[in-house]
Write a new protein. Structure first.
Ligand SMILES: Nc1ncnc2c1ncn2[C@@H]1O[C@H](COP(=O)(O)OP(=O)(O)O)[C@@H](O)[C@H]1O
Ligand SMILES: [Mg+2]
Length: 503
C-alpha cells in the first residue's frame, strides 16, 4: 500500500465523519419504522376498543329513546339519529329480519341472522365486528346491543377509525422527528470528535511510513483510540531510537574506516622510507662506492640503521596487532608494584646516566600490590622512560612514582615525569594515536617509530587500566597509567599463582 498524501487526510477525516453519521442515521430510521409499526398496531387496537365501547354507549342511548316512541320507528327519525351519530342505525328482530334502517328500506335488506355482531347481541352481549358492508363495499365497524327481543346495531365506516389512528401516528412521528434533531446533533458531535482523533492517528501512521519518527501524537487519552495512539507513539519512539543507534554506528564505522585507511597509508609510508634508503645505498655501493674507503663504511652503517629501524617498526606493529586481535597472551598475577618498577628502572638506568639524567623513584607504600602481566608493565614503563630520556636534555631529571588511588578505587597509578621539552597543548589529545608525533623528523632521528605510546595505551587498557598525559612546553611532561589492585577477570589465561617478590 502506498503512502497516503498529506492533503488526503482532510478528505479521509470527512469520510469517516460521514460514514459514522450515515450509520447512526440508518439505525435511527430502522428504529423509527419499527416503533411506528408496533405503535400504530397498538394505537389501532386501542382506538377500536374505545370506539366500540363508545358506539355501544351511543346505541344504548338510542335504544332508550326508541323504547318511548311508536314501534316500528319512523324512517326519517332513524335517518336523523344516524346522521347525528355519524353512523348507520339498524334494528333487527330475533330472526335476523331488518325492522328499520337509517339509510335503506328494510324490505330491500337481506336477513342479518348470520352477522357475528347480531349473533353476539342476541346472546345478550355487546357484539362487534369489522368487515366490508355488503351494500356499500367499504369496511365498517359494527356494534350491536340487545334491546328486549331485538338487536340495535350502529355502524361507522372504518375510514374514520383509520383517520383517528393516522392522527395519532402523525403526532408520534412528529415527536420522534423532534427527538431526532438532538440525536443527530449529538451523533455529529461524537462523530466529529472520533473522526478527528482517527484522522490524527492515520496522519501519524502516514508520517511513520514516510520515515518521520520524531513526531508523537499529543495527549492520546485512555480509551481504545488512546491505546492505539499510544502504541503508535511507542512504535515511533522505538523506530527513532533504532535509527539513531544505526546512525551512530554508521558514524563510528566511518571513523574506524578512516582510521584504518590512514593507518595503511602511514604504515606503507613508514616502511617505504627506510626501504628506499637501504635500496639507494646498496645500489650506490654496488655501483662502485664499495671500493670507496672514505664512504663505504658510512653507507653500510646507514643501511644497518635503516634495517634496524625496519625491524623496530615491524616488531612494534606486530605487538600492536597482537594486542588488538587479542592474540597476545597475558600472564596475569599479583605483584608488588615497587619491585616491578625497580626492575625496569635498573635496566634503563645506564641509558639515563649516559645522558646525565637523574632517574628517581618515589615508591608506593611497601607491599602495595597490582594485578597485571609483568612483561607488559615492563614494556609500558620502558616506552615511557625511553621517551622521557629522549625528550629531556642532558642534566635533566626523570621521576617515576607509584601511588595507590582513591579515584578510581583499587587502582595504582604509575607516573613518569620529566623536566624535558614538553608537548604543545594541541598535540596532547592525539598523542596516543598510532604514528602521531609532535616532531616527525626529530622522532625519526632519535630512532622512534611513533608507535610507542599507542602500544602503551593498548597494553594498559588490556590490563584494565588507563593512560593519560599532562605537559607544559619547555618545562616537562608527565605520563601516567593505572593498574588494578585485584583480578578483574580480564583474561581466560589468568595465572592466579602468586608471584610476589619482596620489594
Ligand atoms: N616525554 C616526552 N616529552 C616530550 N614529547 C614526548 C614525550 N613522550 C612522547 N613525546 C611525543 O610523543 C610522540 C609519540 O611518542 P611515541 O609514540 O613513543 O613515538 P616515538 O617515541 O617513536 O616518536 C613523540 O614523537 C614525541 O613527539
Ligand atoms: Mg617512544
Amino acid at each position: 500500500m502506498g503512502v497516503v498524501p498529506l492533503e488526503a487526510f482532510a478528505i479521509l477525516t470527512a469520510r469517516i465523519f460521514l460514514k459514522l453519521i450515515f450509520a447512526v442515521f440508518c439505525i435511527l430510521v430502522v428504529a423509527v419504522l419499527a416503533a411506528d409499526y408496533i405503535a400504530s398496531r397498538f394505537v389501532e387496537e386501542n382506538y377500536i376498543q374505545n370506539m366500540t365501547a363508545d358506539l355501544g354507549d351511543k346505541a344504548r342511548m338510542v335504544a332508550i329513546t326508541l323504547r318511548r316512541l311508536p314501534d316500528p320507528p319512523q324512517q326519517e327519525l332513524l335517518t336523523e339519529m344516524g346522521k347525528a351519530l355519524g353512523g348507520r342505525l339498524t334494528l333487527v328482530d330475533r330472526t335476523g329480519r331488518v325492522i328499520a334502517d337509517s339509510e335503506a328500506k328494510p324490505e330491500s335488506m337481506a336477513n342479518h341472522s348470520d352477522r357475528p355482531e347480531i349473533i353476539q347481541a342476541l346472546q345478550g352481549q355487546l357484539g362487534s365486528a369489522i368487515r366490508s358492508s355488503s351494500t356499500l363495499g367499504t369496511p365498517f365497524l359494527y356494534v350491536a346491543i340487545p334491546m328486549e327481543d331485538r338487536v340495535l346495531r350502529l355502524a361507522v365506516p372504518v375510514a374514520r377509525v383509520r383517520s383517528g389512528v393516522d392522527g395519532v401516528r402523525r403526532q408520534m412521528l412528529a415527536a420522534v422527528a423532534i427527538g431526532f434533531i438532538p440525536a443527530i446533533l449529538l451523533t455529529a458531535l461524537i462523530a466529529r470528535y472520533v473522526s478527528a482523533r482517527l484522522g490524527k492517528i492515520i496522519e501519524y501512521a502516514g508520517k511513520l511510513a514516510e520515515g518521520h519518527f520524531d513526531r508523537r501524537i499529543p495527549s492520546p487519552g485512555d480509551d481504545e483510540l488512546g491505546i492505539l495512539a499510544r502504541k503508535l507513539n511507542e512504535t515511533g519512539e522505538k523506530l527513532q531510537r533504532t535509527v539513531e543507534q544505526l546512525q551512530r554506528e554508521h558514524v563510528e564505522l566511518e571513523k574506524l574506516e578512516r582510521i584504518r585507511k590512514d593507518f595503511v597509508i602511514n604504515v606503507s609510508h613508514e616502511l617505504r622510507t627506510p626501504l628506499a634508503s637501504i635500496q639507494g645505498y646498496t645500489e650506490t655501493l654496488l655501483d662502485g662506492a664499495l671500493h670507496d674507503p672514505q664512504n663505504n663504511v658510512r653507507f653500510l652503517s646507514i643501511i644497518r640503521q635503516n634495517a634496524e629501524r625496519l625491524a623496530r617498526l615491524t616488531a612494534d606493529l606486530m605487538t600492536l596487532s597482537r594486542i588488538e586481535l587479542k592474540t597476545q597472551k597475558f600472564q596475569f598475577a599479583a605483584y608488588y608494584v615497587n619491585s616491578l618498577i625497580t626492575e625496569t628502572l635498573d635496566s634503563l638506568r645506564p641509558m639515563a646516566e649516559k645522558k646525565q639524567i637523574r632517574l628517581e623513584f618515589q615508591p608506593a607504600p611497601a607491599h602495595t600490590e597490582v594485578f597485571c602481566d609483568s612483561e607488559a608493565v615492563h614494556q609500558i614503563l620502558s616506552n615511557l622512560i625511553d621517551n622521557a630520556i629522549k625528550y629531556t636534555p642532558e642534566g635533566g631529571r626523570i621521576t617515576v612514582a607509584a601511588t595507590p588511588l582513591n579515584h578510581p578505587k583499587d587502582f595504582v597509578e604509575i607516573s613518569v615525569a620529566d623536566t624535558g621539552i614538553g608537548i604543545p597543548e594541541e598535540d596532547l589529545p592525539r598523542l596516543f594515536e598510532r604514528f602521531y608525533r609532535v616532531d616527525k623528523a626529530r622522532s625519526r632521528e632519535l630512532g622512534g617509530t611513533g608507535l610507542g605510546l599507542a602500544i602503551v595505551k593498548h597494553l594498559a587498557k588490556a590490563m584494565g587500566g588507563d593512560v593519560g598525559v599532562s605537559s607544559q612546553l619547555q618545562h616537562g611532561s608527565r605520563f601516567w597509567f593505572t593498574l588494578p589492585v585485584q583480578d578483574l577477570g580480564l583474561s581466560e589465561h589468568t595465572s592466579v599463582q602468586a608471584q610476589l617478590t619482596v620489594s
